[in-house]
Design a protein around this ligand. Structure first.
Ligand code: GTP
Length: 156
């Protein structure tokens, strides 16, 4: 279990075990790779981040992951791998998220990307991301670096 503070100084617990905090998490986050590039989205308020969001009622977390990737980037998922789960103890609420690695099949232009400006393809995630104002706060804590290490070891 990794424990650290996030960008807003909230405590985050990250684990690569099988659903350690909740069997039915309400949030998902999906680290996507399309060909040799990372696929992200540009959230209108938060900035560039990997796609994700809330699990809707009647939906599994895995289904939410596939839906959010399509809504926010227009991408279809070839293969979805569960990576781990993290829990953020916020000031007002606790958020539990499944993290996935998704291998993308194709990118289909969409009429809307909902609360985002759509897909962003990057050859590299910037090393100095914490200082980049165009990137989202959810990209600025140890969840990203730990999960990327794990993904690079196993899949890419
Ligand atoms: P909406 O209802 O979609 O507007 O979302 P919200 O702003 O109420 O946020 P949400 O319920 O998704 O999360 C509540 C709080 O948890 C946020 O304000 C953040 O402080 C924190 N949080 C949510 N997701 C993450 C994340 O991926 N990483 C970190 N570090 N904190 C998060």
């Amino acid at each position: 279990m990794n424990v650290f503070k996030d960008y807003y100084n909230n405590t985050v617990q990250l684990s690569f075990l099988d659903h350690p905090f909740s069997k039915n998490p309400k949030h998902v986050w999906v680290i996507c790779k399309y060909k040799d590039k990372w696929l992200l989205t540009d959230h209108k308020e938060r900035g560039i981040e990997f796609p994700g969001g809330k699990v809707e009622s009647g939906e599994t977390a895995d289904q939410a992951a596939v839906r959010e990737v399509m809504e926010e980037t227009g991408a279809t998922v070839k293969k979805l791998h569960y990576i781990g789960q993290y829990k953020v103890d916020g000031r007002y609420e606790t958020v539990i998220k499944n993290v996935y690695f998704a291998e993308i099949k194709e990118l289909i232009p969409q009429p809307t990307y909902y609360e985002t400006k759509g897909p962003v393809l990057l050859k590299k995630i910037p090393a100095n991301i914490k200082r980049k104002t165009n990137f989202s706060f959810i990209m600025k804590d140890a969840v990203l670096e730990s999960c990327l290490l794990r993904i690079k070891k196993s899949y890419v």
